[in-house]
Design a protein. Structure first.
Length: 99
């Protein structure tokens, strides 16, 4: 998959993206630009962790992208998180001050 994405050849790239969608079904909820960003970050992170032998970064990256896909799969949540909040909701209360 990494080699197919790195070469950039149309057929191999499509095959790699099909593989991504097969391994990570939640990728189908990501916008197309995010699928490309996910693939690039996955390859970069896997290369870096392969050099160190510590793979927790790959797991954390996958969790973050999965949460991004979950947001995109929920139209109400996506609208709430992406809407323009022009309203000023006033000062933030001091969390240490008891009411």
């Amino acid at each position: 998959m990494a080699a197919a994405l790195a070469t950039g050849e149309r057929g191999s790239t499509e095959l790699a993206f099909d593989l991504l969608r097969s391994v990570f079904p939640w990728v189908r909820f990501l916008p197309e630009a995010d699928v490309h960003a996910f693939a690039a970050e996955l390859i970069d992170t896997m290369r870096a962790t392969d050099a160190t032998g510590h793979y927790a970064s790959v797991v954390q990256m996958l969790i973050a992208w999965q949460h991004t896909a979950q947001v995109h799969s929920d139209p109400v949540l996506l609208a709430a998180l992406t809407k323009d909040h022009e309203t000023d909701y006033g000062p933030t209360p001091d969390p240490l001050h008891k009411r």
